[in-house]
Design a protein around this ligand. Structure first.
Ligand code: HT7
Ligand code: ZN
Length: 871
């Protein structure tokens, strides 16, 4: 496969002003008639040939200004339609025949549960018709959809509906017009027998926007949460960013077969059912949260992505990083800011740090790719959001908002670069972000090594911060980064001290330092006793922090730090230190200090229970692996289990007491308070079942049977499935399936609980799940809930010492690759992390990768991941 490079970017030689589509939907295929108003781009060297992209299309006709084009004027090869001797401007007509029914890749136009739908980002539109399929070609679209009226009463496309009429033979047409020029990746159409849920929103300027949600009839009771979230997000974007919605209608459609979470098509967002549909009985709190943030994310793209879009796919983080930052701030404003930050950072430090230290490490603005869909990564999204967050921290909220206003005003209707974004921030704030720009083109996670000393005689505290960044593929050396570093100093009474840098005015009890040099020293004055530093408060930069904390210092921070994030971070560092010492055989028993810290947390009524639940959660095995060079998975798992069971034994009474103190209320409410209570209750249950507590088994059975919501029901089920109570496990699993088999989203949860369980997770059990009637290779959610959950969450079984987990995964990737390469490429990535593991493990993982590599017809998607994974 060819490598595409940012340095080769050229403006398009032709532009398209208007696209007229007529899409005829049939049971055996679809015919697409397209008329493109094409003109030569005046700002580039003229070219005589027009090259239109197209994949898997049957070309039926080509016309130029309405005239049939003779075969000598055009050629179809290498996924392109080339028209020779192209005039300065012309109407290019193309008719193609496609087969949505056979489209298992789920890119372009395809069928899902009887409905037609599209996914065009990144390069799906070229699977519908020949086009200049690149984001810097922006056109106005008019879309006429024709289909059988009975089977497909609902026909949707972008923009506003402008016409509808019956046609012959029981067919009908609906025509849509989108007044906003857009790249083809934002095109969408839907045709199906769907029910419509109505709502409305009055914008800040008093315009009424019709909100509509389209779902299969069986899901009509599951729309309330998404619609409520949408209205909250619309209001928030007006209030916080001054962004008003711009069309008369905003539509959301739920589809069962979808490669990712959702898609921000202009005015017609399409969602994976699992990311938009919810009822208390079928969705957990985590799913409610996920829906809230994804609905907001897709809506926010209307400005950050659609009105201002990307010039090319190297700029993907321009829209994704900024939009993730926007959605995470939105979520923080809805519930607990600290808990939200903890969840984001936990994910970043586990998944993104791992990616950044592996073979696929890339900057948030990559320099090259083979297949762009491989670059919808945690780096582009989550690290991209952290980079925007750092700009926010460096500029402060007012100047950041001024920068955002300038960016939207300056670039409305344009396709731009990350550099344009940074320049708007600079111009609005007067700050120089030249050095800061390195975050966009240097990959890898910087490390900050902190040293400190206290001088009682001069009452000064000296802090030195050194930064470095390990090499990443193609980048052996890194220049220093510019980053904000927030800190506080705790006095002996646990209070934040007044901070005063030598030679400066006092600057409050928490301050943000600007780090720019390889090594910087800061001297704090008037410090009367050695303080305990609270470093990188709120995780102001995506870095690894090295400081030789003692366990006593961590205990102190857990009890006193005024920064909730750092309190949690101290709890994680303490638990990690204890687990690592056990895994390495340096200690045999669980340090009593950890037990007393947890005991105090369980009894603490003053702290937010949601924060308590987070602080009590042990670091995940994935995170522990990420921290450990040459990791031995089994040893880490056993050490983690030893800590868990020893805490549960020592704190058994406290856990029962916590369980009783947080009873389930009569009705489910999606509130921070109730969710925190459910989190604590279910955590207590899981801990107690880890020590096979019979009384807890009774509680779990009764919670499972009486729960009025899926969080509690699944919490009880998961705790039992992960326990040694084999008979109860099977009884509850059977009952759960009996009750919920008609609901695919709940069946996905049922699959995932089993596939991720360290208990149930022997390979034969996973294989049996794949033979189950509800498993479906064509449905990415099912593949993810069994194979993805096994390889991504069931690490102790996936890394079984005999290598069986690896060869199993290789086999499934090989099987999936021809039908859905995007999902196959995502699935294979755990194998590429072999450098993290001890040598025998690494060898077995590479063997599995070579097995995949040896396949004669590998997709470009999987080839890129596997070849880079082996390098
Ligand atoms: N912008 C959307 C990206 C997306 C996507 C990309 C590749 C293949 C399938 C896809 N489905 C959606 C999602 C988002 O970030 O909002
Ligand atoms: Zn996005």
């Amino acid at each position: 496969p060819k490598t595409i490079r940012l340095k080769d970017y050229r403006e398009p030689p032709f532009l398209i002003d208007q696209v007229d589509l007529r899409v005829e939907l049939f049971e055996d295929g679809a015919r697409v008639h397209s008329r493109l108003d094409v003109r030569r781009n005046p700002s580039v060297q003229p070219e005589s040939e027009l090259h239109l992209d197209g994949e898997d299309l049957k070309l039926e006709e080509v016309t130029l200004n309405g005239e049939h084009l003779s075969a000598s004027r055009y050629v179809v090869e290498d996924s392109q339609l080339t028209i020779r001797d192209m005039p300065d401007s012309a109407v290019v007509g193309v008719v193609t025949w496609i087969k949505p029914q056979e489209n298992t890749r789920l890119e372009g136009l395809y069928k899902s549960s009887g409905m037609f739908c599209t996914q065009c980002e990144a390069e799906g539109f070229r699977r519908i018709t020949y086009y200049l399929d690149r984001p810097d070609v922006m056109a106005r679209f008019r879309t006429r959809i024709e289909a059988d009226l009975k089977r497909y009463p609902i026909l949707l496309a972008n923009g506003n509906e402008v016409d509808r009429s019956p046609l012959e033979e029981g067919r009908h047409q609906v025509t849509w017009e989108d007044p906003f020029p857009k790249p083809a990746y934002l095109f969408a159409l839907v045709g199906g027998d769907l029910v419509e849920r109505h709502d409305s929103f009055e914008t800040v300027s008093g315009r009424n926007v019709a909100l509509r949600m389209y779902v299969e009839p069986r899901n009509q009771e599951k729309c309330d949460h998404a619609l409520a979230a949408l209205k909250r997000a619309m209001r928030w974007d007006e209030e916080v960013y001054g962004r008003e919605y711009d069309l008369d209608v905003f539509m959301i459609v739920a589809v069962d077969d979808f490669n990712m979470g959702a898609m921000e098509n202009k005015g017609l967002n399409i969602f994976n059912s699992s990311c938009v549909l919810a009822s208390p009985e079928t969705a957990t709190d985590a799913i409610y949260d996920r829906i809230e943030s994804i609905v907001a994310h897709e809506y926010f793209h209307n400005w950050s992505g659609n009105r201002v879009t990307c010039r090319d796919w190297f700029q993907l983080s321009l829209k994704e990083g900024f939009t993730v930052f926007r959605d995470s701030e939105y979520s923080a404003d809805q519930g607990s800011r600290t808990v939200n930050r903890i969840d984001s950072v936990n994910m970043l430090r586990t998944a993104q740090f791992a990616e950044d230290s592996g073979p696929m490490a890339h900057p948030i603005r990559p320099a090259e790719y083979m297949e762009i869909t491989n670059f919808y990564t945690v780096t582009i999204y989550e690290k991209g959001a952290e980079v925007v967050r750092m700009i926010h921290s460096l500029l402060g909220p007012e100047l950041f908002r001024a920068g955002s206003d300038l960016y939207f005003e300056r670039h409305d209707g344009q396709a731009v670069t990350t550099d344009d974004f940074v320049r708007a921030m600079e111009d609005a704030s007067g700050r120089d972000l030249t050095q800061f720009r390195r975050w966009y083109d240097q990959a890898g996670t910087p490390e900050l090594a902190i040293e400190d000393s206290y001088d009682a005689a001069s009452q000064t505290y000296r802090l030195s911060i050194s930064q470095s960044c390990p090499p990443t593929p193609g980048q052996p050396e890194k220049a220093p980064f510019h980053l904000p570093f927030e800190l506080g100093l705790l006095g002996t009474d646990g209070q934040d001290l007044e901070l005063q840098l030598e030679g400066s005015e006092p600057s409050g009890r928490s301050m943000v330092l600007d780090i720019t040099e390889p090594r910087q020293e800061f001297v704090f004055t008037n410090i009367t006793a050695r303080p305990v530093p609270s470093l990188l408060r709120g995780f102001t930069a995506p870095v690894r922090l090295r400081y030789p904390w003692t366990r006593d210092q961590l205990m102190f921070l857990i009890s006193h730090d005024s920064d909730g994030f750092n309190r949690w971070d101290a709890s994680q560092r303490l638990a990690t230190d204890v687990i690592e010492a056990l895994a390495e055989g340096r200690e045999a028993e669980v340090d009593a200090r950890l037990v007393s810290a947890c005991s105090a947390l369980l009894k603490n009524d003053a702290l937010d229970p949601a924060l308590v639940a987070k602080m009590l959660s042990l670091p995940s095995l994935a995170y522990l692996i990420e921290l450990t060079p040459s990791a031995d998975v089994l040893k880490l798992h056993q050490a983690r289990e030893q800590v868990l069971t020893s805490l549960a034994r020592s704190l058994r009474d406290d856990l029962h007491e916590v369980y009783q103190r947080h009873p389930a209320p009569a009705a489910y409410r999606y509130t921070s308070e109730d969710m925190a209570a459910r989190a604590l209750r279910n955590m207590a249950l899981a801990w107690l079942l880890s020590i096979n507590d019979e009384q807890a088994l009774k509680l779990a059975r009764s919670q499972y049977g009486q729960a009025n919501n899926m969080t509690d029901r699944l919490g009880a089920l998961r705790a039992v499935v992960n326990s040694d109570f084999a008979e109860a496990r099977q009884t509850l699993l059977d009952d759960f399936y009996q009750q919920w088999q008609a609901d695919p989203q709940v069946v996905e949860l049922w699959f995932a609980v089993q596939a991720a369980s360290p208990q149930a997770g022997t390979l034969p059990h996973i294989k049996a799940l794949m033979e189950h009637a509800a498993f479906d290779w064509k449905n990415p959610n099912k593949v993810r809930s069994v194979i993805g959950a096994f390889a991504g969450q069931n690490l102790v079984n996936f890394h079984a010492p005999d290598g069986s987990g690896y060869s199993f995964l290789a086999e499934q990737v090989i099987r999936l690759d021809p039908s859905n390469p995007q999902i196959a490429a995502r699935l294979v990535s755990p194998l590429t992390r072999w450098k993290k593991f001890k040598p025998e493990t690494a060898d077995a993982m590479q063997r599995a990768l070579r097995e995949v590599m040896g396949q004669p017809k590998l997709s470009r998607d999987t080839y890129e991941i596997v070849s880079k994974g082996l390098s």
